[in-house]
Design a protein around this ligand. Structure first.
Ligand code: SDX
Length: 393
């Protein structure tokens, strides 16, 4: 009755798609990667095992895992010209902007990888998964003016990252197994989440024939937003503000009900989950363990718990199915591990990378895939006569 034509977009032209990678049940809070429950994967796997699972639709046997691990070790370095490139960023540059630029520039330093990234997906994926970790750690060292710490092949994927982040010439970093285990769990929990905003960006750019690096760089930029992956950083800023404001929960709860503020209650709500985000529950349970092991007293943990309690009992939020999501407690663990707040979303990207690659691969291998081109419902001006400049009012 609007007089406008509603076009039948057809699922191939819009951003929706079929996928075999991740299953979500938002009403029952179920998350499975390739059919395996997230609870099993997060408690019994290494991150690189789950990365292999997402890429190959099978958990790796010992030989496959060792081969994948060897490839990750072989490709841990980045081209020294990229290191000099890193030097040109201003000290206050956002680690997410550095990450998206540096990942995009991999196309120039490793053009052979763009030729046919699907030809040897293990090589393609291990190079990206390994180098993004080095880029992330190097960007942190640069931001604090410390000398870069290069990857070591005697350390695990997560141990290497922590060592590159926190080792210094004057005080060697001790890689504690408990911290490595916590980081493995966190990266697994972030590894994929079906067609979220950043994964859709990766698929969309890839659907035009864009190379894998530019597609992943687009995903990094989409993840950066505070409504998406940037929420883990926004949660900490919100908890710190409540702490500074003498735990004035009432003020922040009232603010969260103001619909004009899109970034209201960070860490709560979700496009799909209408109950607890299973990842958030796993992270919350892991918090106590890690804080105790590290003897890390964090006042924000109590504030987070109290805020969750208030929200879960407030009819405004209950009626809108608002529960803590993956970002509500993750920042507290990252703080305990010594990771600075402005690196939290980078950590999300490190975890999500295997999922992005697997989703990009699935899209590119599907013979039915067409360039993504969502349609619209036009609600602008009807056709009208042109008005020459001299006659315009
Ligand atoms: C991630 O998609 C994914 O899978 C993403 C992700 C992944 O792994 O890739 O899970 C990662 O991005 C998790 C979400 C992180 N973002 C945040 O924590 C930011 C805070 N959350 C909100 O911005 C919001 O909940 C969104 C963006 C996550 C979802 O927004 P929607 O789709 O608009 O939420 P909705 O339709 O379910 O909202 C229902 C109602 C609305 O109120 P009314 O218009 O009905 O009055 O709840 C309100 C919303 O305004 N609402 C909130 C709220 N989130 C929704 N009110 C206050 N605070 C909030 N956080």
């Amino acid at each position: 009755d609007t007089g406008y034509t509603v076009y039948d977009t057809g699922y191939k032209n819009s951003a929706s798609c079929c996928s075999t990678i991740t299953y979500l049940d938002g009403d029952r809070g179920i998350l499975r990667y390739r059919g395996y429950n997230i609870e099993d994967l997060a408690s019994r796997c290494l991150f690189i095992e789950v990365a292999y699972l997402l890429l190959h639709n099978k958990l790796p046997n010992r030989v496959e895992l060792e081969n994948f691990r060897t490839m990750l070790e072989e490709h841990a370095l980045i081209h020294e010209d990229m290191v000099h490139f890193l030097d040109k960023f201003p000290p206050h540059a956002s680690p997410m902007s550095i990450l998206s630029v540096m990942v995009n520039s991999l196309h120039n330093f490793y053009p052979e990888m763009s030729a046919d990234p699907l030809e040897n997906i293990d090589l393609t994926a291990s190079r990206l998964i390994s180098k993004i970790r080095t880029i992330a750690a190097f960007s942190y060292k640069k931001s604090i003016g410390q000398p870069l710490v290069y990857p070591r092949n005697d350390l695990s994927y997560c141990g290497n990252f922590l060592n590159m982040m926190f080792d210094t010439p004057v005080r060697p970093y001790i890689v504690l197994p408990e911290i490595v285990a916590a980081l493995n769990k966190l990266l697994i929990l972030h590894a994929d989440h079906e067609q979220n905003c950043s994964t859709s960006a990766v698929r969309l750019v890839g659907s035009s024939g864009g190379n894998l690096y530019s597609s992943i760089s687009a995903g990094i930029n989409a993840l950066w937003g505070p409504l998406h992956g940037g929420a883990n950083e926004a949660v900490i800023h919100m908890l710190e503000a409540i702490h500074k404001d003498n735990n004035n929960y009432k003020k922040y709860i009232a603010k969260a009900k103001d619909r004009r503020d899109p970034f209201r209650l960070s860490g709560f709500g979700h496009r799909v989950y209408r109950t607890f985000d299973p990842r958030g529950t796993i992270i919350k349970d892991a918090c106590d363990g890690i804080l105790t092991i590290l003897n890390f007293e964090d006042p924000l943990m109590d504030i987070a718990r109290n805020l969750e309690e208030i929200v879960l009992n407030d009819p405004y939020f209950v009626s809108r199915n608002l529960y803590p999501n993956i970002d509500f407690y993750s920042g507290i663990i990252y703080r305990a591990l010594g990771i600075p707040t402005n690196m939290f979303t980078v950590m999300f990207a490190l975890g999500r990378l295997p999922g992005w690659i697997a989703q990009w691969k699935e899209m590119r291998e599907d013979p039915e895939t067409k360039i993504y081109r969502p349609r619209q419902i036009y609600i602008g001006s009807p056709a009208r006569e042109f008005v020459p400049l001299g006659q315009r009012t």
